[in-house]
Write a protein that binds this ligand. Sequence first.
Ligand SMILES: C[S@@+](CC[C@H](N)C(=O)[O-])C[C@H]1O[C@@H](n2cnc3c(N)ncnc32)[C@H](O)[C@@H]1O
Length: 217
Amino acid sequence: MERDQATHTDGQPPLDADLLTRLKEICYEGWEIWSRFDVRVRRESFHPFVAAEYEDVLPALISVRAPGRRFLEWGSATGVITIMADLLGFEAYGIELDVDLVGEARGLADAWGSGARFAAGSLLPTGYRFRGRREGEHLGTIGEGTSGYLELGHPLEDFDVVYGFPWSGEEAMMLDLMKCYGRSDALLLLNTGDHGMTIYRGGRSIIAEVGAAIRGA
Ligand SMILES: C[S@@+](CC[C@H](N)C(=O)[O-])C[C@H]1O[C@@H](n2cnc3c(N)ncnc32)[C@H](O)[C@@H]1O
């Protein structure tokens, strides 16, 4: 096999080939689940679940993995990214508002022998209010519900790496959430679709276009 873009990042040992194969299979299954969901649910009425390009998120996860790191996916939907994080060695958790999707994620984790944990609830801590200051900065498609951190067993400050896939205009809220409740040394991975993955620490972008950087390495 040719050297794979997702197997090797600076300062990290290459990934085990079997693990990489499993991760790619999970991406594939994730897309199949998403396609069925799109037909069954989204063609009937709006639903905020849109699947990430999982293969683009994977290199970013690989680039920030380290033993013992605790990972949280905001809006974990079918759990594909949280499960990949678990298999990469993170202690991995997901929060998702849609209870049916949480059930789907737990089933997928079991099927892949993953210990990823999922809570049904909101990614917004109790009492949080976003006061967007600029036009276009809003809660967008972020729904309301009981905060999920109690069920998760960890407040936001316990996480080393947090991942989110914001709809347009929601990035500011996610950055504000980390500023208000996250640890200042924690990493925030925002999947900004066409703009790739951006990694923040303490509110500053530390590696723009991580996916592109890794591909070019
Ligand atoms: C754009 S999708 C991202 C799915 C997945 N994280 C990915 O990257 O493929 C956003 C997800 O967030 C969920 N969601 C919306 N509001 C939420 C909230 N307040 N708390 C937790 N999840 C929420 C939606 O149901 C949806 O599954």
